[in-house]
Design a protein around this ligand. Structure first.
Ligand SMILES: [Zn+2]
Length: 381
């Protein structure tokens, strides 16, 4: 397909500018002002924002679809759900499970457009900070567990893109070294680590803090913990900006201290996002969703019901930043963290044409993945 999207408000990494975008096949051929190619179709996007598609690093499912089931149809349903909200690339998050189950999930996810890989949330986590993850499936690094981990990582090399671990469970950094050697991003989370333990893990190669503020020791003036370490080092941090998981003032503080090039907005959405309030099964347990907040019956938050467009809108208001800065935290920053920024994350010539058109309120109108329309709001077809 050859298409020129005209008169859009282009959301660039440092500014929003009126202009055009030429999509040729799966790639962006030109951005800004250029002589219109004679063979291309034209779409007038007057008044709408054109942005790179969102990249959600940490999402469990959506619309009833669950990435962990090992069922391609269920996984596709989840991808389609998030596409409606402007997400064009995501990492499928997998809670701790036996290696065979995780392998089945990877198998089912391979080759699904929009799934850029897997986000392994465990299994070497602190049982005390498991949150809504099944604490009984958390592992300690016995030689046997380590051997299983090593086999799994080598089998799914380049597809497992992030592995979350608790550094205090891995005192010699053995697992961390395995993750780094596999080429995946080592993330710290679901952890009760001290500031020192976390900083040591960062020195050994950890690059990301999983949902900062959630499932970790809080910031204490005598023991700054994982939160303090995250604020005091150059690693990236995830934030769940639903206004529930972390306070808006915390988001503002993190934005000021970390800077806007080290924040990745994630949904951590659970499979029932989009199904409304009620009782929904997840990982063999019941999750209660009330007024859009998902909890286990005994209280802990169980993922979110967030979508990426809302995350960006909330972040812009909580952090008091510009629209392009907020969008960068949901596009270019995660692409850079994953080493995929040469192909994704901004409106630049040569990058994949993963694009979303949305209005003033970030209501998504049209989504393209690799130059093809994958979502059109009613009235656009
Ligand atoms: Zn998660």
């Amino acid at each position: 397909m050859s298409l020129v999207i005209r008169h859009a408000r282009l959301v660039l990494p440092t500014a929003v500018e009126e202009g055009d975008c030429w999509v040729e096949g799966p790639r962006i051929a030109a951005v800004g002002e250029f002589p219109p190619p004679s063979h291309a179709g034209v779409l007038d996007a007057h008044g709408l924002f054109l942005a790179p598609g969102f990249m959600d690093l940490h999402v469990h499912g959506g619309g009833g679809g669950d990435f962990a089931l090992g069922d391609p149809a269920s996984a596709r349903k989840a991808v389609e759900f998030h596409t409606q909200f402007g997400t064009t690339g995501l990492l499928a998050a997998l809670p701790p499970a036996p290696w065979e189950k995780l392998a089945r999930a990877c198998q089912a996810l391979m080759g699904i457009p929009g799934v850029l890989g897997v986000y392994l949330e465990g299994p070497f986590l602190s049982p005390a900070k498991a949150g809504a993850l099944p604490a009984d499936r958390v592992l300690t690094p016995t030689p046997e567990a380590l051997a299983g981990f090593r086999r799994f990582l080598s089998r799914w090399r380049n597809f497992v893109r992030v592995v979350v671990l608790a550094p205090e469970v891995d005192p010699n950094g053995v697992m961390l070294a395995e993750v780094v050697a596999s080429g995946a991003v080592a993330a710290l989370g679901h952890s009760d680590a001290s500031y020192e333990q976390a900083m040591e893990a960062v020195r050994k190669g950890a690059q990301l803090f999983t949902h900062l503020g959630n499932a970790m020791r809080g910031l204490h003036h005598r023991e700054p913990g994982l939160v303090g370490a995250a604020l005091d080092c150059p690693a990236y941090v995830e934030l769940i900006c639903d206004g529930v998981h972390v306070h808006p003032a915390f988001v503002g503080l993190v934005a000021r201290v970390k800077g806007l090039d080290r924040i990745c907005l994630v949904t951590d959405a659970m499979p029932a996002v989009g199904l409304g309030d009620g009782l929904h099964p997840w990982e063999e347990r019941a999750v209660v969703v009330r007024s859009g907040v998902a909890r286990l019956p005994d209280g802990p938050l169980a993922g979110s019901t967030l979508t990426m467009n809302r995350a960006v809108r909330n972040f812009q208001s909580f952090a008091g930043c510009s629209l392009s800065e907020a969008v960068r935290c949901a596009t270019l920053n995660p692409a850079q963290l994953l080493g995929l920024a040469h192909q994704w994350g901004s409106l630049e010539v040569g990058k994949q044409a993963d694009l979303a058109l949305w209005d003033e309120t970030l209501e998504v109108q049209l989504v393209l993945r690799a130059g093809k329309v994958v979502y059109a709001r009613r009235g656009w077809a």
